[in-house]
Design a binder for this molecule. Sequence first.
Ligand SMILES: NCCC[C@H](NC(=O)CCC(=O)O)C(=O)O
Ligand SMILES: NC(=O)OP(=O)(O)O
Length: 311
Amino acid sequence: MHFTSAPDTATIHQLIARAQAYKRDPFPAEAPGRHRTLINLFFNPSLRTRLSTEKAGYQLGFQVITMDMAGGWQLEFEDGAVMNLEKAEHVREAAGVLSQYCDVLAVRSFPGLEDREADYEDRIITAFKTYATVPVVSLESAIRHPLQSLADCVTIAEHALHLRTRPKVVLTWAPHPRRLPQAVANSFAEWMLAWGEVDLVIANPPGFDLAERFRAGTQVLHDQREALRGADFVYAKNWSSYDDYGATAELPDWIVDEDKMALTNNAYFMHCLPVRRNVVVSDGVLNSDRSLVLQQANNRTWAAQAVLGVL
Ligand SMILES: NCCC[C@H](NC(=O)CCC(=O)O)C(=O)O
Ligand SMILES: NC(=O)OP(=O)(O)O
């Protein structure tokens, strides 16, 4: 059993309930990780995912080993490759070896944002699932970030209790100086839809629609102000274009600021972090008591425990 997308291990309601139980009681008496090893592999930087997953592993009783793959051999992922260039080791051997050292293998690997087909086949996480003989957990793959989305569901559940109607959640594109993956936005849309407890609206500029498979069933608006009207939760995130793959655009007007938040139903503000202040979101919004960014990061630990505890 792997955990790489929304419905992999249990229903979202079950996962949220388990995360909330760990939040109340982080150290289960039965310690599901006892005498087991968790290896975390990072092909890209991380602060939250690395530390919350390590913490979750320790609290469940796992031995935790984290490896920054910048310190390992460069891996080849293509089958049949003639490996006479810089890549020293094939994922077949690497995954096979790692499976003998651990009971759960967690992997972070961002997309290259050059070859859409390769990225959307999610080749790296798929190769680990194919060649590892232990459960594989996504710590953000080319196209999804499921532990983030689970933590986001927990955060919304915790703050939606007072609402009398289904919460309106707006996922809005926001400006950024770099080309970023679509993974966080894809996953967020996927989980909100699968969870079924909120009305999701996606706001993005023309040319930045998410892939059909992730936005299907969701209202997409190209007018940010119209989308934000009456929102209960505003989730900001930049992503590069799917249609003109990996392209970005300079649209500073898409920043989430106090003026935009005034259009909402006194909405909470959410972002997965790290966030560029006064580019993605204004200081005023991020510093306000409606900002949930630290609660989201906190919930990463309980989300990771909910998943690791049953693998
Ligand atoms: N893990 C959460 C987000 C990770 C990544 N963000 C970034 O790379 C931001 C880097 C910067 O701001 O330079 C993303 O968008 O998928
Ligand atoms: N939100 C998140 O995944 O943060 P890191 O990239 O720091 O792990």
